[in-house]
Design a protein around this ligand. Structure first.
Ligand SMILES: Nc1ncnc2c1ncn2[C@@H]1O[C@H](COP(=O)(O)OP(=O)(O)O)[C@@H](O)[C@H]1O
Ligand SMILES: CC(=O)N[C@@H](CCC(=O)OP(=O)(O)O)C(=O)O
Length: 284
């Protein structure tokens, strides 16, 4: 594996790594994720972590006897649910990842998209069968101010960002972590956006087959989006937005495989699904 790594080319470049809640399967995987992030930082890359936590939020809601309900891959978020989302993401999942990374040195600093107006959102609806559906306090990121994240990178830190954002009116919104990661990757002019999840990548014709799509262009994703379901929908939407807005490549990787993060930093085709801009859409 080591000889395929492309760390030299990526020195000084931002790589945004989205660590999905479904990939946080056990302690060992979380520890190797933290180790990989530190390896990237020590090799001179500028990793930025955006974490998920969907299953962790759902588990807490169930403990509190609150509804767990998704529409088009997005959680229906009442004000009560929003409190739990914020608490679990910023108070629990983010803290745990910060702690695991900092076991290697004083690298990680956790922040929420709310902090210093890093992410500003507006309320959004979900689209189900062509109809808009009210999903409560779910936001779409409309502005990213990357100054705080950049300042942390300049201080050799690893920002660990929770997908919660503030509206211009002060309302706090729940943001899908894939879309938060994509928005941040664009604002930071990232070289790569890597999403770690609990499948090998995008499967063609899911759930009827697990035939892996190795490489896909933005145009191809656009055509595919109406057919996609559940968690893969915001993931591919995020990849599409990222590569269309200048991120060189986006990758969906199996976070259950140890060292998946490092394996995403290859010169050739990474494992999983690689999303590339449309041919001719950007000068090399
Ligand atoms: N075409 C597809 N290919 C692969 N997985 C898919 C597809 N469509 C839906 N999925 C689902 O998306 C899930 C990953 O998204 P999600 O559950 O949101 O994970 P994460 O917490 O990593 O963001 C997979 O476990 C799978 O059930
Ligand atoms: C609006 C919305 O759906 N927000 C997500 C935020 C966490 C997330 O995206 O976590 P994963 O990456 O682990 O799925 C949620 O409430 O589950």
């Amino acid at each position: 594996m080591v000889e395929q790594l492309d760390l030299e080319r990526l020195r000084g470049r931002v790589v945004v790594i989205k660590f999905g809640g479904h990939a946080m399967v056990n302690q060992e995987l979380k520890q190797t994720f933290a180790q990989d992030v530190v390896t990237l930082r020590r090799a001179g890359l500028l990793p930025v972590v955006v974490h998920g936590g969907g299953p962790q939020i759902s588990a807490m809601l169930e403990r509190l006897d609150l509804d767990v309900h998704f529409e088009a891959g997005l959680r229906v978020t009442t004000p009560e649910v929003m409190d739990v989302v914020r608490m679990v993401l910023t108070g629990r999942v983010q803290r745990e990842l910060v702690g695991l990374i900092n076991a290697h040195g004083p690298f990680a600093v956790g922040l929420s998209g709310e902090d210093a107006h890093t992410m500003t959102a507006v309320r959004r609806t979900a689209w189900v069968n062509g109809e808009p559906v009210d999903i409560g306090l779910v936001g779409e990121v409309v502005d990213v101010n990357p100054q705080t994240v950049r300042a942390l990178l300049e201080q050799d830190r690893v920002p660990v960002v929770s997908p919660v954002a503030r509206g211009a009116d002060g309302q706090v919104y729940n943001i899908n972590a894939d879309l938060a990661a994509a928005a941040l990757a664009v604002a930071l002019d990232a070289e790569k956006l890597v999403m770690l999840t609990d499948v090998e990548g995008l499967y063609a014709n899911w759930p009827h087959s697990t035939e892996l799509v190795r490489r896909i262009t933005a145009d191809e994703i656009e055509k595919l989006l109406p057919e996609l379901a559940s968690g893969m929908l915001p993931k591919m939407d995020g990849c599409l937005r990222a590569v269309r807005a200048g991120v060189r490549s986006a990758h969906i990787l199996d976070g259950r495989v140890p060292n998946a993060t490092l394996r995403g930093m290859t010169s050739g085709e990474a494992p999983g699904t690689t999303v590339v801009p449309d041919q001719g859409s950007r000068p090399e």
